[in-house]
Write a new protein. Sequence first.
Length: 318
Amino acid sequence: MDYAIPELDTISRQLMSLERPKKAKMLVVDDEPDNLDLLYRTFRRDFQVLKAESGVRALEMLATEGEVAVIISDQRMPEMKGTEFLSRTVPQFPDTMRIILTGFTDVEDLVEAINSGQVYKYITKPWDPNELKAVVQRAAETYELLKQRTEELQRSQAQTALLSIIVRVAQESSSLEACLEPIVTAFGKNFHADGAILQLVEGNTLVPSQGTFSLEGTVENWLDQDPLVKEAIASHKMQVVVNIPADSNLASIAHYNTSGVQAHLIVPVTYRNEVLAVLSLQWQQPFTLREDELVLLHLSAQQVALALTCTRHYRPVA
């Protein structure tokens, strides 16, 4: 089975045009304004730094801002000690690196927090700026490594689940048309699409048989009018536009304006150089699929082709 995607380089360039390098987020927590400002000035060049004057305020900020790479918290603060605050961030943000600043020897609290995985490092006050920067840099690198491993695991699980659904549907469906709805639903959910269509093709022409998925209500099918679909069928290659409003060739097309679709990806489902169907994934905002997700789409489309072929030719034993 061929895993190469000739069009991947072109698609990746489109995705890169949307992606802008972003500074990692850091949250600094201290009830002393001077220390808070000093931490902010120390790290603002390398991080997007959020400031909170208490553990309570920091928890509120995390609820709004979401996950951060690194938290630096003072230990002795009114209302809530630093170790208590950090422990409350663990369930929701397990990958975040937590550093605590302490001006005294509170061994029991620190040892417990470190042993339980709630604190990555502790730094004594007054801290050495170079030492703190070095610790934070290692913490940020550790965070990125953890996120990569988490994402790899999630991708592996998603791939296994998607391929399992395709195989199960092929085994259980009584007809070719019965395959379409559950398969396209699995794709739509897996790739967080707002809408998706899996439509059969015969003789390089779309036929009425289709399955659809929509997060809200129904999805309108205008694939027979779409130039991306025509190109995908003609070339047997995946077609994608990641930001339709910025594309002069597509922005004026009526069905994109009326549907609100801002990103569209078409995957031809082919078997032995014959297009059996097209898979349309649609988003209501510009999207940024990773390269490995594109490879998964390509691999999964090949599995769908096998499933459709087996179902088309299956005849139950009397």
